[in-house]
Design a protein around this ligand. Structure first.
Ligand code: ADP
Ligand code: MG
Length: 353
């Protein structure tokens, strides 16, 4: 079973609950419940050389998972696939294994068939529950499906169901809240929703890039120079709404202002479908996280179906108290979510199809 536990030590320290771990528990429990032995596969970080640096090891996750499942999880730190196969064969039903970081193997990111065949050796079925790496052509995501009966996991299914609801006959108004650092990361989503959505509420570094398109002086504010001309062209669409006030420090625009927050919250209140990706400001400083917090609270309060995603956006949400409901979906997707919402086909999902 492929999962995405690409979390740094810092991520693990910062949060008590880890969305990417919690989110795959139902699939693991489902498989164990049916008597399966489960071998979990993941990557972690970007190890450069073949040196197996400790900070990239998945070892710690065996402990975390063991606690959550309340049963032992066996960590496999070798890639001797014949031996692993024998070890698994000799284990009892319902045993859970975790294999060391796949990116310690050069074939993983090359979608290498030989590695995929080796991985396939150790199991009878393959489950992809790593939506967030399904935009990558990796051996444990794509090539492996050629060698085993392959299925999507419960999280993968949930991601696809929820994300596609924003594209297939969404209830209106459909409001896109878009912030974060770079337009270039999110341009696919903007283009794909320019016709579908009713309105875009813009913040963050993205808003700054639009301001640059209006020739507003920005000092040292975060914005993307190479995207200014494109931003200028996008402004022809009346659907794109920019902040009317900003929080500024030393000449840098660091958050949306209180009037903007209030306006955006009003619009969110009337929405029936919402997609939110990217914070409205420099949220690492609590002084400039206010705009994003107002947005988060407005979305929580609204009756709209909402999809929220993006690494920083999700980490902001984890600091806010609210009741989980099926009206609000926190995507584990990150980059994969952006590609999916850009209307692109993800190789990992295509491989399953
Ligand atoms: P996500 O991971 O949620 O998709 P991004 O990666 O696109 O979001 O952007 C998040 C980053 O953007 C945060 O680190 C935040 O500090 C930064 N950011 C957003 N707005 C501003 C701003 N006005 N000035 C400086 N940094 C900003
Ligand atoms: Mg990010």
């Amino acid at each position: 079973m492929r999962v995405d536990w690409n979390l740094t030590a810092d991520d693990l320290k910062k949060q008590k609950k880890h969305l990417r771990i919690e989110a795959v528990l139902p699939t693991i429990k489902f498989l164990i419940g049916r008597g399966a032995k489960v071998v979990i596969l993941s990557h972690r970080g970007r190890p450069q050389s073949r040196k197996r640096q400790k900070r990239f090891s998945l070892n710690i996750f065996a402990k975390i998972l063991s606690k959550l499942l309340k049963k032992p999880v066996y960590f496999i730190n070798s890639f001797d696939f014949n031996r692993i196969k024998t070890e698994i064969k000799n284990s009892r039903p319902k045993t859970v294994f975790l294999l060391e970081n796949l990116r310690f193997l050069p074939g993983e990111q090359k979608n290498d068939k030989v590695l995929a065949r080796d991985l396939a050796k150790i199991g009878d079925f393959y489950v992809n529950d790593a939506f967030s790496v399904s935009h990558r052509e990796n051996a444990s995501v794509v090539a492996i499906t050629k060698f085993l009966p392959a299925y999507g996991g419960l999280l993968l299914e949930k991601e696809i169901k929820n994300l596609s609801m924003t594209m297939k006959k969404p209830r209106r108004p459909l409001v896109i809240v878009l912030g974060g650092a770079k337009i270039s990361d999110k341009i696919g989503l903007i283009i794909n929703f320019l016709k579908r959505a009713d309105v875009f509420l813009i913040g963050g570094g993205i808003a700054n890039t639009f301001f640059a398109g209006q020739k507003i002086p920005l000092g040292k504010s975060l914005y993307e120079k190479k995207m200014v001309l494109l931003a200028r062209r996008l402004l022809k669409s009346p659907k794109i709404i920019l902040p009317i006030d900003s929080m500024i420090k030393n000449g840098s625009v660091l958050d949306i202002g209180p009037n903007t927050s209030q306006n955006y919250a009003e619009i969110i209140k009337k929405a029936r479908t919402i997609v939110w990706n990217g914070p409205m400001g420099y949220i690492e400083n609590p002084k400039f996280a206010k705009g994003s917090q107002v947005i988060a609270k407005a979305i929580i309060k609204s009756r709209a179906f909402a999809v929220i995603g993006g690494g920083e956006t999700i980490s902001l949400m984890s600091g806010i108290k609210y009741q989980a409901s099926n009206k609000m979906f926190l995507s584990t997707g990150g980059g994969a979510m952006l590609e999916y919402l850009a209307g692109k086909k993800l190789p990992g999902i295509e491989a399953l199809n």
